[in-house]
Ligand binder design. Structure first.
Ligand code: NDP
Length: 445
């Protein structure tokens, strides 16, 4: 790291003590920016780096709610409005017991560059709560969402800040939050949240977008080597929104996904995942991966070790941050893996990224490879603003075009800064320069 960049990183660590995921995300971006700053020293002037690592606004609030037995619970809510240079803050809400300020900050920071890569005029933000929806009734989830939105509503709006889903927040939660927002504001602002139901302002392809985009990104990376996904064995982690639709698109492109996982273990289905059964278990019944194995002859559940122990040609980490460490990367490489496309945010640890890059395989970092979700959220906002709705083919064609553009921007930036094929540098440099140029144009604000 250059001195100037090192100094900014040290300040981030000092100012945000104990927020290790945030430190990690900042380090990864700053580390890439060395060649950018060397070529364009003006980016280090005017404290631009210091400004970009500091959120514009951080909101933290109490979320009291009552369970079905009448007991009162108190969770903590967050919204980090990180950077609005390119447009309204945009980024999901995560409901998971592990949520804290550092995790939301890392996600918000990544979101700035991801959203810039989509070229759709959206700033970066993220939010959530340490609420755990697992095992809660619909009525409990509704009361929690209503209490959460009662505070959040003061801070968001179609031109201000537009949240969406993430881990633990899907169509059900977005529905309850939208209902409460509408009630509080007495205003049908469809563009205030994305990931809405199709009958009330949602966009076709939004549900599929992140998983589809991750696979399209893998396909684009492979095409630079004259290859495709056809006939490839795919290892997928997670069994939520991103994982399910990554499996769907991989199957459409002729690959064979053979695994998925949740926090109870992973499933290996050598015959290829039965997608309809997986959707029934996870989307309809909100069950566990074991429920799939019970109904699928030949599939097995593994409760120890890691899904990355299973050999395959392509790995799609689609669960959570730091789920793929250096040892797992070494195992994947030994098993012949030649492509990693990150559906989750920061799923590979720095050691894993280093191992993939050293081995020279195709590695697509999350902020590029999973940008299809937020890109389609921006398409949802566009449809809401125009009071229109596109058909599936139109929305999917737009998503496909955006993912191809993101891929090409990463390739071009990696070449410009002297590291062809380095998608980490490419994504960080292309995203950063787009935001930084606009921050400079807006002056010191
Ligand atoms: P979901 O809640 O739909 O699914 C998450 C899946 O990952 C579940 O199977 C869950 O298992 C598993 N998981 C989560 N945390 C852990 C953990 N600590 N250990 C083991 N398994 C875990 O979330 P999404 O599919 O929406 O999100 C997955 C990833 O993709 C996240 O990193 C998210 O930030 C990222 N992402 C999502 C986007 C979207 O549009 N939804 C957009 C861009 C990125 P269990 O149910 O057992 O917890």
């Amino acid at each position: 790291m250059q001195d100037v960049v090192e100094k900014v990183y040290e300040q981030v660590v000092t100012r945000n003590r104990g927020e290790v995921e945030f430190h990690q995300a900042v380090h990864e971006v700053l580390e890439s920016l060395g060649p950018v700053i060397a070529k364009h020293p003006h980016y280090a002037e005017g404290a631009l780096l210091e400004r970009i690592v500091e959120p514009e606004r951080q909101i933290m609030f109490r979320v009291p709610w009552v369970d079905d037995a009448g007991q009162v619970h108190v969770n903590r809510g967050f919204r980090i409005e990180f950077n609005s240079a390119l447009g309204p803050y945009k980024g999901g809400l995560r409901f998971h017991p592990s949520v804290n300020a550092g995790i939301i900050k890392f996600l918000g920071f990544e979101q700035i560059f991801k959203n810039a890569l989509t070229a759709q005029g959206i700033g970066g933000g993220k939010g959530g709560s340490d609420f755990d929806p697992h095992g809660r009734s619909d009525a409990e989830v509704m009361r929690f969402c209503q209490s959460f939105m009662t505070e959040l509503a003061r801070h968001i709006g179609p031109s201000t800040d537009v949240p969406a889903g993430d881990i633990g927040v899907g169509g059900r939660e977005i529905g309850y939050m939208f209902g409460q927002y509408k009630r509080l504001r007495n205003s049908y602002d469809a563009g205030v949240l994305t990931g809405k139901g199709l009958a009330w302002g949602g966009s076709l392809v939004r549900t599929e977008a992140t998983g589809y985009g991750t696979v399209l990104f893998a396909q684009s990376m492979l095409s630079t080597k004259g290859e495709s996904l056809e006939g490839k064995k795919v290892i997928v982690s997670g069994a939520g929104n991103v994982a399910i639709y990554a499996i769907e698109k991989a199957q459409q492109l002729g690959a064979t996904p053979i695994t998925f996982s949740d926090s109870s273990g992973y499933v290996v289905d050598e015959a290829g995942v039965d997608l309809e059964l997986l959707k029934q278990v996870k989307e309809v019944e909100r069950g566990r991966v074991a429920d799939y194995v019970e109904r699928r002859p030949g599939a097995r559940l593994v409760t120890g070790g890691s899904v990355w122990d299973v050999p395959g040609d392509v790995a799609l980490p689609c669960a959570t941050q730091n789920e793929l460490d250096g040892d797992a990367a070494a195992t994947l490489l030994r098993g012949g893996c030649g492509v990693v496309s990150e559906g989750a945010n920061m799923p590979s640890t720095p050691e894993a990224v280093e191992a993939f890059q050293k081995a020279g395989i195709l590695f697509g970092p999350g902020k590029a490879a999973n940008a299809g979700g937020v890109a389609t959220s921006a398409l949802e906002m566009e449809q809401n603003a125009g009071r229109t709705r596109w058909d599936f083919a139109t929305a999917e064609a737009k998503l496909t075009g955006i993912m191809a553009d993101i891929h090409d921007s990463c390739v071009a930036a990696a070449e410009e800064y002297g590291r062809p094929g380095d998608y980490v540098l490419g994504a960080n440099a292309a995203g950063f320069t787009r935001v930084a140029d606009v921050m400079i144009a807006h002056g010191i604000v």
